[in-house]
Write a protein that binds this ligand. Sequence first.
Ligand SMILES: *Cc1c(COP(=O)(O)O)cnc(C)c1O
Length: 422
Amino acid sequence: MPGSIKRFSPEECAELGSHSFADCAAVLARQFVDGQFTDEDLQRICRDAYDFPVPLKTLDGYEVDPAVPELAGNEFLLELFHGPTLAFKDFAARFMGRAASHIMSKKDQTRTILVATSGDTGGAIGDAFLYQNGIRVFILFPKNGVSKVQEQQLTTMGGGDANVHAIAVDGTFDDCQQMVKNAFADNQLTRKYNLMSANSINVGRVIPQSFYYFWTSLQLKAAYGDLPIVYSIPSGNLGNLTGGLIAREMGAPIDRFVVGNNVNDPFVDYLETGEYTPRPSQPTLSNAMDIGRPNNFPRISKLFKNNYDDILKVCWGASFSDTDTERHMRRVFAETNYIMCPHTAVGHMAMNAFADDIDIEFLKVTVATAHPAKFADSVERILRTEISMPEPLAKAMTREKVFVETKPNLDALVEILETEMS
Ligand SMILES: *Cc1c(COP(=O)(O)O)cnc(C)c1O
C-alpha cells in the first residue's frame, strides 16, 4: 500500500474534475510516483494511455455531461470498456505499461512480467506491453476457464518475435495465481529473470483504478449537486474496489461502495459475518470474478486499520448465482435493450438489492466492467440475439492462436521460462 494517501480539499477536487480525464489522472498519479517522472512525463503518459472515452450513461443511452446538468434519472452505468481490450483492466495496464517502459528506458534493463489471468487481465497487460522495449510478458491462463473471445485475444498477440507469450495451464485461475506467487517467493528465480508482477498483487495495477472513480464522481457532482453517490462494483480480486476506496481517501465524493460477487463470495460473506474464509474457486458465467482468495483483501483491511465496523460503514455486498445473472440480463435487455456482460449484471443486481435495503435518494452508478462482446458465447446464448464485434475483437478473431500448455506447478513454469529465454 502507499505509505500515505493525499486528501484533496473539496475545492481542489472540483478543480480537478473540470480537467479532462487524462489530465486529472496525471495530477492524481503525481501523488504516488517519485522524481523519475516529471509532471510533463505523467501528463504525456496519461494522455497517451487514456485516448478513449470514460462515459457515464443511463440505460437508455443518455450520457452525463456537467455542461448539460439535466437530471436523467438517478441510475447510471460507468462504461469502463472503451479501451483496446474492452474491459476496465486497460486503465491500469496502459498506465503501468507506459510507466514501466519510461523507467526501463532510463536504466537499459530487461524485466520479465508474469501475469496470471482469469480472462481479462492477460489481454490488457499483453496489449499494453506488446513490443515495449526491455520487457517480456508471460501470461498464464486456465486452459478451460476463459471465454472463446478472451482466449483468442490472449493467444494471438504472441508468435514470431513478439515479447508476449501465452501459457495455457491445466488448472484453475487460483492455480495460475499460485504459480506466479511461488515464482516470486523464489528469490533466485526472481533475480535471474528480473521478475515483475502485473497482477493486482502489484500496487501499480491498483492505483490507476482510482482515477476513474475520482474523476467520474466529480462529473456527477458537478452535474447533479449533492445527492449521495453510490458505486456498485462487480468484484473478484477486489482490485477495482480497492481503487475506488483509494479515490474516496483522496477526497472523491463517494458515499458507499456496493460489491457484487458471483458464488465465489468470500468478501460478501465477510461483510455479512465478519469472518474471512478463502476457499477454492468455482467456474461461473462471470469468469473474471471466479476468485476464492482475493489478492486485495489485505489492502482493504489495511485501509480501514482492520476495523470491521468501519468497513461496514463504506462497503455493502450481495452475491448471485448464474441463474440470477441470466434472468437479470434477459430482463434488462427486454426492458431497455441494454446488453450487459455477465459481470456487469452481477454489479447491477447488487445495486438493486442495496437500493431495496435503504430508504434514501441517491445516485446509483453500476460499474460496467467489460463489453458484452467479450463474452459473446454466453451472452448470445442467454439473450438469443447476435452481438456485433467491435473492431479490435473482430481483428483478433481472425488471427492464429499461439500458446504452450503446461501442468499447474512451478517446475513446469520454470521449464518454459528456460526454453523461451535461452
Ligand atoms: C477483472 C474483472 C472483474 C473483477 O475485478 P477485480 O478487480 O478482480 O475485483 C470484473 N469484471 C470484469 C469484466 C473483469 O475483467
